[in-house]
Design a protein around this ligand. Sequence first.
Ligand code: NI
Length: 187
Amino acid sequence: MIEEAMEYIRRLFEGNSDGHDFAHTMRVYRNAMEIADSEPECDRMVVALGALLHDADDGKLFGTEHNEHARAFLSSQGVEPQTAEKILSVINDVSFSKNRDRKPELPEGCIVRDADRLDAIGAVGIARTFAYGGKHGRGLQDSIAHFHEKLLLLKDMMLTEKAKEIAESRHQFMIGFLRQWEKETGA
Ligand code: NI
């Protein structure tokens, strides 16, 4: 079923390149499974499917409502309603804008939210910030502001111990990048 989910997502994101693409989903999935290894009480299937489907109904990309894509996939796989509801709750707890301060109800939700946030920082976070800025007509210096407004805050918002640990070196990498940027640009 995991492989089916990957294939479903790959087709859904075909042709998309603003950072919320198939590669992003796969990195979030890998981050989530790494965190799950340190959280023995979690349901790994819920974590895996929550991670793989977390952007399947992204409002910026798809006009779907009520997790239409995720629901369609889960029912096509015959996932039990109770498990499907858990997975949908995990997906709905990931969004940064919708849930800024509210902690996910399920431990699996904490894992997938951390996994998604980890993909916004470090080397990948830097690359995604400029790719997104370029696509939306933002200059390099404007994208730098995004680090201070959001990315540098994420390390302290991680919920699981494992994610805090992974975030630390990614955070330091961004600090080093910004220092070098200031040195080279005088800005
Ligand atoms: Ni995401």
